[in-house]
Design a protein around this ligand. Structure first.
Ligand code: LR7
Ligand code: MN
Length: 567
């Protein structure tokens, strides 16, 4: 019949019909049948109503991947139009999404560990549930996280990977992700949990933890890459001590070129905090810990990547379920672990990369300051009187009903018979500078004409002039200075330092006196021996930096602190 059709000079209507049917069955039908059986298709369709089939979309996706790009964690670059699109993506998502989509999802990374780590043998018996929560993350980044865990974790140590979708709006994280897991990963240990409404990262993690069956919970952000040997030292340490909560060294995956960069193979820092309630990095506290490559005591953790024995996680109070959105839960958990009988440690032979982004690519419902509110919650529950410093940064939150009910968390603290925040500071974080303890003087430092020393809103991680500003009628953090016992004129971790024998800058305290050393005299003179000069407000405009000048008997060279401790 078909042959006859072609032999005929004129095309018969019946022939057109036959050709159509044949073409349909040859070209289209097999695709439908072979590549996506109707039930599978239906299943994914229900979650994702994007057009086209997932198989085609995924192939398109895979076709764009450039083999070996970014291999070994090398930096990668795009050309021409792609490079431009990459730049734009970086501005919009704080991540070069175009580049990420080009990189193999299962790229291999160099072993970033200190060489000696290889010679340690660990034989843990515990199994881990890796919990990865995400909200509108880039699909390729999430998949790279999953791949890295599957590839770098020995089978007998991995119970499951639980992906918790915190009600993302991005369609590719729905059906396409499911389809990828079913048809490409084909690993039953990868489970996806879909939350029906956005719960924020704290409650999303709790949802993942509730479903976990492994002995140990390991939480990861959805833009991480695990490296060789990452899990063994974590599990093994927990096997020795179930109250140890562990963080790996968190290496930087660059948001611009996705390079896996290590900060040398030995030097690393541990977690601290600022009185404004933010996580900071601090140097390892005990010199002896620097070279052992064993677990290192850490006052706090960053929060996104940590391992904890599953039952211990629940025993010690999991998370504060009333914390919303983002922020604060990491300090809450850090204080709680130490105060209630656990330990927090950094494990240098375990390394995981994390993409550090300059801003949140996602928005928060109602634009609520969840970091502030969550931190107010933890301050009330865990910090005793020391919460005064946090509330000096956030006076509006001190007695604000928005902070919510704290009964359960206070009950928990009593039930677990947790130690005081003073105990924590004295024993776990003795380096932490407390602005009004063991100091020569503190509070506002007044000069003539109601002018005060002021940090001029210097950001937490910056260097800037030590300024002069009208004294506030109340003591605000920007004007809270202390003259430490060591003779530093300081604000938290920032010390007044003389530059060019004239200007005075606030820079990171180094503890070695020199240009950061000051002598406070009884009459209010603040003398800098290194410059041989005195702190002066003479001729300084409001909002500008103070200076040091030759010492003389001048009202501009006398500073009156709110409180002076006579010694
Ligand atoms: O509403 C949300 N729901 C979510 O599921 C908001 C976020 N998320 C997910 C998000 O997709 C991601 O996987 O939560 C995870 C963490 O969010 P990020 O990556 O935007 O946070 P971050 O890396 O900027 O912030 C750090 O501090 C947070 C405080 O709440 C969390 O503890 C993060 O896990 C934590 N990240 C790290 O510790 C990685 C190292 C960073 C440092 C220093
Ligand atoms: Mn993160």
């Amino acid at each position: 019949m078909l042959l006859r059709c072609f032999r005929l000079k004129k095309i018969h209507v019946r022939c057109i019909f036959v050709i159509t049917v044949v073409a349909f069955s040859l070209l289209i039908l097999p695709k439908l049948i072979r590549e996506e059986p109707p039930d599978v298709k239906e299943r994914y369709k229900r979650i994702d109503n994007s057009s086209g089939t997932f198989e085609l979309t995924l192939r398109e996706y895979e076709r764009r991947i450039v083999p070996n790009l970014g291999e070994n964690g090398e930096p990668s670059y795009l050309d021409g139009e792609d490079a431009k699109r990459g730049e734009e993506a970086l501005k919009k998502f704080a991540l070069n999404t175009v580049l990420s989509d080009r990189l193999p999802l299962n790229r291999t990374l160099r072993d970033p560990r200190n060489k000696k780590c290889k010679h340690f043998t660990y034989n843990p018996k515990l199994k881990a549930s890796v919990v990865v929560i995400f909200y509108d993350e880039l699909l390729s980044v999430v998949l790279r996280t999953v791949w890295s865990v599957l590839l770098q974790t020995p089978d007998h140590l991995l119970e499951e990977i639980i992906l918790v979708d915190d009600a993302s709006t991005d369609a590719s994280l729905k059906g396409l992700l499911d389809y990828y897991v079913d048809t490409r990963l084909k690993d039953r240990r990868v489970r996806i949990v879909r939350l029906s409404s956005r719960l924020g990262l704290i409650r999303a993690r709790l949802q993942g933890a509730r479903r976990a069956r492994g002995d140990v919970l390991i939480f990861l952000d959805a833009h991480c890459e695990a490296t060789v040997g990452w899990i063994e030292p974590l599990l093994s340490r927990i096997e020795d001590d179930r109250t140890a909560v562990l963080v790996p060294i968190i290496d930087v995956i660059e948001a611009t070129n996705l390079a896996y960069s290590t900060n040398g193979d030995t030097s690393f820092q541990v977690g601290g905090f600022s009185w404004s309630g933010h996580f900071t990095w601090i140097d390892i506290q005990d010199e002896r810990d620097k070279n052992t490559l064993g677990p290192v005591k850490s006052p706090t953790m960053a929060g996104g990547l940590f391992a904890i024995e599953r039952n211990f996680f629940w025993d010690i109070g999991s998370y504060d379920e009333q914390m919303d959105g983002w922020g604060g839960e990491n300090l809450e958990m850090s204080f709680r672990i130490w105060q209630c009988g656990g330990r927090l440690e950094t494990v240098p032979c375990s390394r995981v990369g994390h993409i550090f982004r300059d801003f949140h690519p996602y928005s928060f419902p109602d634009n609520k300051d969840t970091h502030g509110i969550n931190t107010a919650r933890l301050a009330h529950v865990w910090m005793d009187d020391y919460k005064r410093f946090f509330f000096m940064h956030q006076p509006g939150l001190e007695n604000n009903p928005i902070v919510g009910d704290l009964t359960h968390r206070k009950q928990l603290r009593r039930k677990l018979r947790c130690k005081s925040f003073k105990w924590y500071l004295d024993n776990i974080y003795p380096e932490k500078f407390v602005p009004d303890e063991n100091v020569q003087a503190y509070g506002q430092a007044r000069s003539e004409f109601d002018m005060c020393l002021d940090d001029l809103q210097l950001a937490d991680d910056n260097v800037g002039p030590l300024g002069l500003y009208q004294c506030h009628p109340f003591l605000a953090m920007s004007q809270y200075f202390a003259m430490s016992a060591k003779g530093e004129l300081r604000k938290e971790n920032f010390c007044a330092e003389v530059f060019n024998e004239k200007d005075v800058q606030l820079t990171e305290c180094h503890g070695h006196r020199r240009e950061q050393y000051w002598v406070l005299y009884r009459n209010g003179t603040v003398y800098n021996p290194s410059a041989g000069k005195c702190l002066s407000s003479d001729g300084v405009d409001m909002g500008k930096g103070v200076k040091v000048e030759d010492c003389k008997d001048s009202v501009y060279q006398r500073w009156k602190f709110d409180s002076v401790n006579e010694t």
